[in-house]
Design a protein. Structure first.
Length: 102
């Protein structure tokens, strides 16, 4: 993983993800800001891509800044809809309604 991505950082990211309430979403950048790494939203995405190896976390509640779900993960939209998250006509999460205010 290298020096940038260590176990402590992984669990720091995942602990923030764990706090996102049902029916809300957070952006990768929002999580990066919360851990004090404003410019590391891609790092957050990388960690979430391997989160299954660290336990069960609600990674489906993380979208990009515009509300777009992860490419290639069709179940994400369904999981969010099951929690009451609304989507706009363009297929993106309605961030004004559903973004987590930490």
């Amino acid at each position: 993983m290298g020096k940038i991505l260590d176990e402590d950082l992984i669990y720091e990211i995942l602990s923030v993800v764990e706090e996102i309430p049902e029916g809300k979403v957070a952006s990768y950048g929002q999580i990066a800001r919360l851990i004090g790494r404003d410019k590391n939203s891609r790092l957050v995405g990388k960690v979430l891509g391997m989160a299954e190896f660290y336990g069960k976390y609600p990674c489906h509640r993380v979208v990009n800044h515009a509300g777009r779900t992860a490419p290639g993960w069709r179940e994400q939209k369904m999981l969010l809809e099951d929690e009451g998250v609304g989507f706009k006509a363009n297929g993106c999460v309605d961030m004004k309604q559903h973004q987590w205010e930490e």
